[in-house]
Design a protein around this ligand. Structure first.
Ligand code: HEC
Ligand code: HEC
Length: 288
């Protein structure tokens, strides 16, 4: 460097380059910055040698470590499946009532049941299992066929009125009107009596109504009308109704009864999934 001129204002040496009287100050990069910069390049090159990096026609260079996210994913999946296989086998081997009291198994079964419910049950019972006309709400504590874990498990396994399952729950209400078992005035009297039990509009509690009920209805709905789960006769004293819940709908049920059909799932989904569903449904809030 021939020119060691020093700039008057800054006191910094110039590089000797000059354009139209403007001179360049010699301010080299700080050493620490420069070495960090070289370091980054070295690390980058190192990574590109170790891991898949450079795009080529047939795919990227594989890297000497042989790492791939796909292998990592399949390893993770295999590990998860292995962990689950133990739990699935345990659910399969454990009676459904015992799954309830094993916290880990209960949590696992509930999660499995929730996802199976989304696939197989929401069409009829609703996404929140809230039900609809003719389809029972599974969150409340009224159970047509019983709300203990074993009863829920039996209902899901064999269904109700499923012609394909010999062990299905089965009971149908007589055609009181169409088969002339009761006269129209008797139907009106017992219907207003039943309506009075849950405080429906038009309900009147009369001794005649109570008598007709005791003679014709108590066998399936219970002496106190609070239901008979072993026969599938629903509680008629609460505010929970399969078929609307009005004086008219009670009269209609007596004239020409409606009956729900719940498919049997035991054979279709297998016992393990049905156990998970039973644990999930039982845990929705109304389980006994
Ligand atoms: C095709 C419609 C339909 C599907 C799908 C269905 N259900 Fe049902 N389910 C019903 C009907 C209808 C009833 C009421 C039966 C009756 O009135 O006796 C019922 C009743 C039940 C009951 C008994 C409720 C009680 O109060 O005793 C349970 C538990 C139940 N279902 C669970 C399930 C589960 C779990 C699934 C999915 C695997 C499912 N259901 C899928 C129609 C269905
Ligand atoms: C042989 C048994 C049986 C007898 C007897 C019987 N019921 Fe029923 N009843 C049922 C069953 C089973 C259901 C539920 C239908 C279903 O699940 O879809 C039902 C449903 C009803 C419902 C509809 C409940 C709801 O939630 O919407 C009413 C109301 C009713 N019964 C009233 C009566 C009255 C009143 C009598 C007497 C005159 C009577 N039942 C006699 C079996 C019976």
């Amino acid at each position: 460097m021939a020119n060691h001129e020093v700039d008057d204002i800054t006191g910094v040496e110039t590089t000797g380059h000059e354009w139209d009287g403007i001179k360049e100050l010699n301010n080299p990069l700080p050493r620490w910055w420069l070495w960090t910069f070289y370091g980054c390049i070295a690390v980058g090159l190192g990574i590109s040698v170790l891991y898949p990096a450079w795009p080529l026609f047939g795919g990227p260079t594989p890297g000497v470590l042989g790492y791939s996210t796909r292998t990592e994913l399949s390893n993770d999946l295999a590990a998860a499946q292995l962990a689950q296989a133990g739990l699935i086998a345990k659910v399969a081997a454990t009676p459904v009532a015992d799954i309830l009291i094993d916290a880990d198994l209960n949590r696992y079964a509930t999660a499995g049941g929730a996802s199976a419910f989304k696939v197989h049950c929401i069409q009829c019972h609703g996404t929140g299992a809230e039900g609809g006309v003719g389809y029972p709400n599974l969150n409340d504590d009224e159970w047509i066929w019983g709300g203990t874990i074993d009863e829920v498990y039996a209902t899901i396994t064999h269904g109700a009125r499923d012609p394909g399952d010999p062990d299905t729950h089965y009971n149908i209400m007589p055609n009181f009107g169409a088969d002339a078992i009761l006269e129209a005035p008797q139907i009106a009297t017992v219907a207003t009596y039943v309506a009075s039990l849950s405080g429906l509009e038009g309900g009147v509690n009369t001794p005649e109504g109570a008598q007709i009920f005791a003679d014709n209805c108590a066998a399936c709905h219970g002496d106190d009308a609070k239901g008979k789960p072993e026969l599938g006769g629903p509680d008629l004293t609460d505010q929970i109704w399969l078929y609307n819940g009005s004086l008219d709908s009670i009269v209609a049920q007596l004239g020409k009864p409606r009956h729900g059909t719940m498919p049997a799932w035991g054979v279709r989904l297998g016992d393990t999934t049905v156990k998970e569903l039973a644990v999930y449904v039982h845990g929705l809030g109304g389980g006994r």
